[in-house]
Design a binder for this molecule. Structure first.
Ligand SMILES: Cc1cc2nc3c(=O)[nH]c(=O)nc-3n(C[C@H](O)[C@H](O)[C@H](O)COP(=O)(O)OP(=O)(O)OC[C@H]3O[C@@H](n4cnc5c(N)ncnc54)[C@H](O)[C@@H]3O)c2cc1C
Length: 414
């Protein structure tokens, strides 16, 4: 039987960041990470999944020494959002930042960065391996999990067992921790699948992140390091996603170029096309006895604003901050009052983001001419109002809300 202080299930971006934050700031804590897959392999940049990270996440990764390890992290300096068949359009540039320009660790201002999910995992893992107080178990098949007021017990298919003071479910959208501990989940289908691929563009992307709202759903074009490569997230009905994946490349390219309104000229797909069902998930209980949920295990949102990973990273920063504070004042890593504080703090942030994504999605799906007019006028007016634009930018940069200390402007470590 292995005894550990904190057992983290899932070595995704959230689980690894949490392990690193705890190991760095509480060297006496014994942390164990269990992952069902193999250990992250260096050189695994495939661009098959990328994420737009905001300034708050960048600050966290910078403070952990992970940002510096990432080879590819192209910044974008502009954002353009428009509606396909109306004059609704809004643009942001780094020049709109004004007093918000408070970036640490980056030489030029940016509105965000695109990172490869797998490369990020590799860099987090590489950094985390430097801490002897983290134990690793890869290819782990969890068999049973129980949580009580005294301790948690987790058994694996190979017969090994772990006792922990605190169990953290960082095991993603289909969390087994959430399921086995019967933590209730609310969910609804966005009726969209997100089709992702890397695409070559005949016109350069000019470090601009673009999103066009089509009557069928949004299409995002995220700029990669090569000025003629973008990563797309094309949200469409599930049946349409299946059709688009089955199309011969030439026909797919035509459909995609038309959907993008040729904003980057002719588009041609470079990689396998994959699609992901998009669901809103929200666990109504994040804490049960001495077990707690973080990131996608606690909530998932529509990727239209590229905020899911950012939100999850803030969860683990908040949890680490409270645990470290507790330990430094002689209390435990699983104190109920502290776990409830984490739950209240991060639920409030997640609820706001879920509501915002829903408003966006529903707002743009309304095709009534009056609704379109209101949208167009609203976006045109917003585009002219510097203070309103700055508010929107502050939200997109992750500079708003109740941020954990490590993610706040001007703060370098916990
Ligand atoms: C199409 C799409 C585009 C997106 N774009 C963006 C974006 O631009 N910006 C952004 O911020 N977010 C984006 N997101 C959201 C983002 O990808 C997720 O929020 C983020 O990856 C979640 O990280 P996580 O660590 O919580 O979960 P995951 O990345 O899913 O990691 C969970 C880990 O747990 C492991 N695991 C699962 N079950 C078990 C088990 N039983 N035992 C042990 N280990 C287990 C898994 O193998 C995995 O390693 C996007 C999502 C989608 C679908």
């Amino acid at each position: 039987m292995l005894d550990t202080d904190i057992l983290i299930t899932g070595a995704g971006s959230a689980g690894l960041t949490l392990a690193l934050l705890l190991a760095k700031n509480s060297p006496d804590l014994q942390i164990t990470v269990l992952e069902q897959g193999p250990a992250p392999q260096a050189g695994a940049v495939s661009l098959s999944r990328v994420s737009a990270l905001n300034l708050a996440s960048q600050r966290v990764l910078d403070s952990l020494g992970v940002w510096q390890l990432l080879n590819a992290k192209p910044a974008y300096q502009q954002m353009q959002v428009w509606e396909a068949d109306s004059f609704a359009r809004i643009e942001f540039a780094t020049s709109d930042l004004g007093a918000l320009d408070v970036q640490s660790g980056s030489s030029s201002p940016a509105l965000g960065w695109i990172v490869d999910n797998e490369e990020l995992r590799c860099c987090l893992y590489q950094r985390a391996q430097q801490y002897p107080n983290i134990q690793w178990k890869f290819d782990a098949r969890i068999q049973q999990i129980s949580a009580s007021e005294r301790q948690n017990l987790l058994t694996l298919a190979d017969g090994s067992a772990y006792i922990s003071k605190l169990l953290v479910g960082a095991d993603g959208a289909n969390s087994l921790v959430r399921e086995q501990l019967k933590m209730p989940l609310a969910f609804w289908d966005y009726d969209h699948h997100g089709l992702v691929a890397v695409v070559r563009t005949s016109a350069p992307h000019q470090a601009t992140a673009r999103q066009v709202f089509l009557p069928t759903g949004p299409l995002a074009l995220l700029p990669l390091a090569d000025p003629h490569l973008v990563s797309i997230v094309w949200s469409v009905a599930p049946e349409r996603a299946a059709e688009l994946i089955a199309l011969p490349a030439e026909q797919f390219n035509q459909a995609l170029t038309a959907a993008s309104q040729s904003v980057l000229g002719v588009l041609s797909v470079q990689t396998e096309r994959r699609s992901y069902p998009l669901k809103m998930r929200y666990a109504s209980q994040w804490v049960k006895h001495n077990a707690v949920l973080v990131a996608d295990a606690a909530h998932t949102i529509h990727p239209l604003a590229g905020q899911g990973m950012n939100l999850g990273l803030m969860d683990v920063c908040a949890l680490a901050e409270l645990i470290v504070q507790n330990i430094s004042t002689g209390r435990t890593c699983n104190e109920q009052r502290m776990l409830r504080q984490y739950e209240r703090w991060r639920k409030a942030e997640a609820q706001q983001m879920i509501a915002l994504m829903e408003a966006f999605k529903r707002g743009f799906m309304l095709q009534h001419p009056l609704a379109k007019l209101v949208r167009a006028v609203g976006m045109a007016a917003t585009n002219q109002l510097a203070p309103v634009k700055r508010q929107l930018l502050a939200a997109a940069l992750g500079n708003q809300g109740d941020l954990p200390a490590v993610a706040r402007p001007g703060v370098i470590s916990l």
